[in-house]
Design a protein around this ligand. Structure first.
Ligand SMILES: [Zn+2]
Length: 509
């Protein structure tokens, strides 16, 4: 029994030594980090060549030749053009210099590599190790091969994903690194228990029936109690460009964001529990600054890990996430930010699950029909959200705001009029703004110009938050803001009012 153990121990030692030799020989040929699979291939080859006298004599000159490169391989890596030229350099001095830079250590290793095959060969003969017929040797080889074969690819993938998330999070931290609000606190104007801020996507005001569009696509907003503001101007023409200014205390002179003074930081400091529930990407190329703000919430939920188009998830999924959170009882006031996909291009993808989309008989207006339908879907989303909140709040009072991040511009592509961001439209900044609260008794529609650059001030006012840097700004008082901070002077490329598709509608509505 004990001799069997001894024999097994010698086999394992032999295998390990052979493996280390193979690995080291590969490194000596210049491969600084040899892959396990390559080490095993060489290890397999050596196990045959080193274990019989005949093959050993045949193989040994080849191994000695390989080993002679070791001092250079261990120091400089693969033979490259540069090393070859310095070796064949005109002056002998340069060649000597090349060898002088090789550390003594490398020569010692080379000597070990030269001796190793002879030692391994002696051991194999002495203990008559026959790799092919030795089960233990084959098992060691098979197990290592299996682990290196990618059969456990998920282990590597998981490690890579974890590293990626950590890297992305570090990037997010570079946007928001401190919370610079001073003296933020709730006041007696903090009227409600829960505040909901719904961020719409690419929704142009003049495509809402509630704002005068001829097609009836907003039955909920047409009839709800609350305040409908006509005159809200977004701070930019695309998601990041606008939200980075609308959700932070923007500089109204330079139109620059201030990430360290953002809405979530303000609510946190004022003692709110903060939640961010998003149907947009977490780490996409274009989402980063907004995700950085989102991540400062007490809890953030993303339906998509990467960018916008990873999966076409319906905005209604957000309600499923939200419902159990609303139900939880808490003594704290809460702010929920709900970031939707709304009417994001391509609008026709947004309405795939819609039961009764608006359709038209002509090809030219087919995309506009999708867009008008996507607004209708957003109206339904707001209605459902209102119902979910009303039913699950357990008597907590609430107020919700809906606005869109920016509008869109028309563009004819192959005879179909589309809406996208490739030009700046005269109406690009025109966005809807609606406030619906649990104690609303009437419906108010006001026409008043309001600036997206002052939005955080307006939201602070809505939540009754006081802070040193906050200016009083009421988004819902119906008083036009006399200052648009130069927006009306900005150039635009197209003057493209909403296209009325009501004459071409084919579906009964
Ligand atoms: Zn957007």
């Amino acid at each position: 029994m004990s001799t069997q153990y001894k024999k097994n121990a010698i086999v394992i030692f032999f295998f390990t030594a052979l493996y280390l030799y193979s690995r080291f020989l590969l490194r000596a040929t210049g491969d600084g980090h040899p892959q396990i699979v390559n080490v095993l291939l060489l290890c397999g080859l050596c196990s045959f060549l080193f274990t019989s006298k005949r093959t050993f004599i045949f193989a040994i000159p080849f191994f000695i030749l390989l080993t002679l490169y070791a001092p250079i391989g261990l120091t400089y890596g693969y033979p490259t053009y540069q090393y070859v030229t310095s070796l064949s350099a005109t002056s002998v001095g340069e060649s000597l210099e090349f060898f002088r830079l090789i550390p003594v250590k490398a020569y010692v290793y080379t000597l070990l590599l030269l001796v190793a095959p002879f030692v391994l060969h002696r051991i194999a003969l002495r203990f008559s190790i026959k790799p092919c017929s030795n089960k233990l040797f084959v098992v060691c080889f098979a197990v290592l091969s299996f682990f290196s074969s990618g059969a456990f690819l998920f282990l590597n993938e998981t490690k890579a994903s974890v590293e990626k998330v950590n890297k992305e999070n570090r990037e997010l931290d570079s946007y928001v690194n401190t919370n610079d609000w001073l003296g933020a606190k709730q006041t007696d104007k903090t009227q409600y228990d829960d505040y909901y801020l719904v961020i719409g996507e690419s929704a142009r005001r003049d495509y809402f029936h509630a704002y005068g569009y001829p097609v009836k696509n907003t039955p909920f907003l047409d009839s709800t109690k609350g305040v409908i503001v006509n005159g809200m101007e977004s701070a930019g023409t695309y998601t990041i460009g606008s939200l980075r200014l609308m959700l932070t205390l923007a500089n109204t002179n330079t139109w620059e964001p201030n990430y360290n003074r953002n809405l979530i930081g303000l609510a946190n400091k004022a003692g709110f529990s903060t939640y961010w529930i998003s149907n947009q990407g977490q780490f996409g190329k274009w989402d980063t600054p907004i995700s950085a703000i989102a991540k400062k919430s007490d809890k953030s939920y993303f339906t998509k890990f990467q960018g916008y188009n990873e999966l076409n998830v319906s905005d209604f999924v957000l309600l499923r996430t939200l419902k159990p959170i609303i139900k939880r009882s808490t003594a704290k006031r809460r702010l929920f930010v709900i970031h939707t996909m709304g009417s994001h291009p391509h609008a026709c993808d947004r309405i795939k699950d819609m039961k009764n989309p608006i359709t038209v008989t002509n090809k030219a207006d087919s995309y506009i029909a999708c867009y008008v339908s996507s607004i209708k879907q957003t109206d339904k989303f707001l209605e459902d959200l209102h119902t979910v909140i009303s039913r699950n709040s357990h008597g907590r009072s609430f107020s919700m705001i809906y606005f869109s991040d920016h509008g869109m511009a028309h563009r004819d592509i192959d005879g179909v009029i589309q809406l996208n961001n490739s030009y700046v439209s005269r109406y690009h900044h025109d966005i809807p703004l609606v406030k619906i609260s649990s104690d609303d008794r009437e419906r108010k529609v006001v026409t008043s110009q309001k600036s997206g650059l002052m939005f955080v001030n307006g939201l602070a006012n809505w939540m009754g938050i006081h802070a040193e840097q906050i200016q009083p700004y009421d988004l819902f008082d119906g008083v036009p803001d006399s200052n648009d901070f130069g927006l009306s002077l900005k150039p635009y490329k197209v003057d493209d009012p909403a296209i009325d598709i009501s004459a071409a509608i084919s579906s009964p509505d």
